[in-house]
Design a protein around this ligand. Structure first.
Ligand code: GLA
Length: 724
């Protein structure tokens, strides 16, 4: 059983997964305290609470040992003597923000409540949810804290709902989905995934001191700049060893994750909505649900932590791909940019189907007056000059070539030069009296307004009627500024950013339901919404607009820390004719097969020889795609530290292994041994690419690779154990 309650101890609560244990208890019938979260099913023999120190205020009914300033708190509130970062802050009718939640009771539910308009983890068979209820007596606001344990993947899900059972309205000024106090003190590092457009998910690992670390986005999107996934680990933790905690949020909007260390060495980790652009009016009888936070811990280093997250995301978050395998796509963007038309795309399709692609994706430029990025967003009708036969007939003709068809959309945006904007200039995120800042010549539609979302549904319904679509690429190419909504009253303007996300999720949900067989690939100028909220609706995400393989090695390494390869969409491109050079072409392929393979260039001027090689690559990829999509990832080398990304995927009970060595830039030095320690010692493996044989013991000893003085060096081996 993953949830247990001991009524004699306060009560005390325990959530167990296969290798972790999370415990808390209630003191004096009122104070909900955290005990421990550890990578051991047994938990800790005796949880330690930090000592009292001067200057820490305490309630006289509790005594100094229970001072809010020092205890390990499960749901720290603002303003009642805990001076660390708060998980909840409610402005009461008197206008101050003093908040104090005391324990009231618990329930255990079979399964797991779903998200009330938010994306959330699916319950897996047998899972149960612990709900702890606390109450702020003065305002009558009650908090339900939700905990669900995912046994096999060592993941916990936490979330919070506030209900106003009082008589007067209050305002939620901060609400975190997760607050976790870790003690005793240690030497900790924080690892985050920072980045930029075209350089997403770089890694930085910094020692934790006593200054609060804040990893956040207030851009209206999770963003390229800081991903919601982060790690707290022992300073000595490596890929294979050491204590590691990891956290993520199932949300795509503004978020704030923090880590801080207090006077006693207690480390507080928080994750949830960003308090900037957030102030929520909660009338009597209303409730507010925070996004779900994901947490895992392991004593087996970063590698095990990633595998926990990967397995969990694949099983419980990611929208399943409607086809058996993710399709190998040919995308028109880098080859054609805005110049798509029936003739151009049909040529792409004919070539693509000859070479064995699964899918042709028509990117931007097919609708309204969208011949460049200055016009057309918001007008989702096909350009009749470019598609004279109409979309249904055009798509049928493409598919007659025996290839599936995908299309690009960017529903949340509008160009001022569009019929939609001319008809409804008030349908955008804006603040009256302030200029509407543009980015890529576009404004953001006000998704807090149901009329806007309804208009888009009607447009897409009409445009895609009778169109046999297989895939959509849903893009989002700017962030929110001058945040305000013309459909919300002044006292609810602080709800705009979160209500915007609820509107977006509503449209995603409608798409998924209306077109159940259509795969969604999420995109935001590349990987600007590479988050679990989007993964709940999409089967894969465009990793980055940067398709240079030497940069991709780093982007994909960072992505692999928190997210499975199955979601990582990777394209081979043709910058400067690279596809014609065998070494470049094979290197790009080896890089792109770290995730879901695709291609992005025009085949028009590609030589016969290169085309045949591409067809061969696609055939080769199909033989091992199941390992990329479902295998367990073992990283052997961090490219930031060594200039090489080396990893393998193991599957079919370790009988199959796909080993990849990627060295983007020239390197000197001695050869390195890469140990494939998951190889089965008693077996003999054959590299299906070369026919060469290795014993499992040899593979465990290590594959020796000498650094290459040239760039674009790689080695890929597909090892399969022989059946007895
Ligand atoms: C974004 C995407 C690209 C492409 C363009 C189209 O930049 O990331 O892949 O779809 O938009 O405008």
């Amino acid at each position: 059983m993953s949830v247990s309650v001991d009524l004699k101890k306060g009560p005390a609560f325990c959530l167990r997964t296969r290798h972790t244990c999370y415990t808390m208890h209630v003191e004096q019938g009122k104070f909900l305290l955290h005990d421990a979260y550890v990578p051991s099913r047994k938990g800790v023999a005796e949880a330690k609470q930090p000592p009292y120190r001067s200057f820490s205020p305490y309630r006289t009914d509790a005594g100094p040992e229970l001072s809010a300033d020092i205890v390990l708190s499960e749901f720290p509130a603002f303003g009642s003597g805990d001076f660390r970062g708060d998980a909840v802050r409610v402005r009461n009718p008197e206008g101050n923000e003093t908040t104090c939640f005391l324990y009231r009771g618990y329930r255990v539910l079979d399964g797991k409540p779903q998200g009330e308009g938010l994306p959330c983890a699916r319950p897996l068979p047998g899972c149960r949810t612990l709900v702890l209820t606390l109450r702020d007596e003065h305002t009558g606001v009650e908090a339900d804290l939700f905990y669900t344990a995912y046994e096999d993947t060592d993941v916990l899900i936490r979330s919070v709902r506030l209900r106003n059972t009082g008589k007067e309205a209050v305002r939620i000024e901060n609400l975190k989905s997760l607050s976790l106090d870790l003690y005793p003190a240690g030497n900790w590092d924080v690892l985050d995934l920072y980045g930029a457009h075209c350089a997403e998910r770089m890694t930085e690992r910094l020692p934790l001191g006593h200054a609060r670390v804040v990893m956040a986005s207030s851009r209206g999107a999770s963003s390229h700049f800081m991903n919601p996934f982060f790690v707290l680990c022992d300073r000595r933790a490596t890929e294979d060893r050491g204590l590691v905690y990891a956290f993520n949020l199932i949300y795509s909007g503004n978020f704030e994750n923090t880590v801080e260390q207090d006077q006693n060495g207690v480390v507080r980790v928080r994750s949830g909505l960003h308090p900037d652009h957030f102030s929520w009016l909660l009338e009597p009888g209303q409730s507010f649900r925070a996004p779900e936070a994901v947490l895992t811990c392991s004593r087996e280093g970063l590698g095990r932590m990633s595998r926990n997250m990967h397995a969990f995301v694949r099983r419980a978050v990611l929208r399943p791909c409607p086809t058996d395998r993710h399709p190998v796509v040919l995308n028109t963007w880098e080859g054609t940019f805005f110049d798509v038309s029936s003739a151009v795309v049909r040529e792409y399709a004919a070539d693509a189907s000859r070479l064995g692609f699964d899918m042709l994706v028509m990117d931007d430029g097919w609708f309204g007056k969208r011949v460049n990025d200055r016009a057309g967003l918001g007008d989702w009708t096909p350009n009749p000059g470019r598609f004279p036969e109409g979309l249904p007939e055009f798509v049928r003709a493409v598919k007659a070539d025996g290839i599936r068809f995908g299309i690009w959309i960017e529903p949340e945006m509008v160009n001022p030069d569009s019929d939609l904007y001319r008809a409804h200039p008030d349908w955008v995120i804006a603040s009256p009296g302030y200029m509407r800042s543009e980015s890529r010549n576009q404004l953001v539609l006000d998704f807090t307004n149901p009329a806007v979302v309804q208009n888009l549904k009607e447009q897409f319904e009409k445009t895609f009627r009778d169109v046999p679509l297989d895939y959509i690429k849903w893009d989002f190419n700017r962030h929110l500024s001058e945040v305000g909504s013309s459909c919300l009253p002044p006292e609810r303007q602080g709800e705009t950013a979160h209500r915007y996300m609820l509107g977006v999720y509503g449209l995603y949900d409608w798409f998924a339901r209306t077109y159940p067989g259509v795969m969604i690939e999420n995109c935001s100028g590349g990987g600007g919404r590479y988050d679990l909220g989007m993964m709940a609706y999409s089967s894969q995400i465009w990793t980055s607009d940067n398709t240079e393989p030497s940069d991709r090695v780093f982007i994909q390494y960072g992505s692999s820390l928190g997210y499975p390869a199955e979601v990582m969409s990777c394209h081979v491109s043709n910058h400067g004719g690279a596809i014609e050079k065998e070494r470049n072409r094979e290197f790009m392929f080896a890089v792109a097969t770290q995730g879901v393979l695709g291609y992005e260039f025009s085949l028009k001027n590609v030589s016969m020889e290169a085309k045949e090689a591409i067809a061969g690559q696609i055939r080769r990829y199909r033989t091992f795609a199941h390992l990329v999509e479902e295998g367990d990832l073992y990283r052997l080398s961090d490219p930031h530290a060594t200039g090489r990304s080396v990893f393998y995927y193991a599957g079919q009970g370790q009988k199959e292994i796909l080993f990849t060595y990627l060295q983007p830039a020239p390197l000197a030095g001695r050869e390195t041994r890469y140990r494939i320690h998951r190889a089965l010692p008693g077996k003999t493996y054959t590299d299906l690419f070369t026919g060469k044989k290795y014993t499992g013991a040899e593979l465990r000893e290590g594959i020796r690779v000498r650094p290459d003085p040239d760039s674009f060096s790689f080695l890929q081996m597909y090892l399969r154990a022989e059946e007895e």
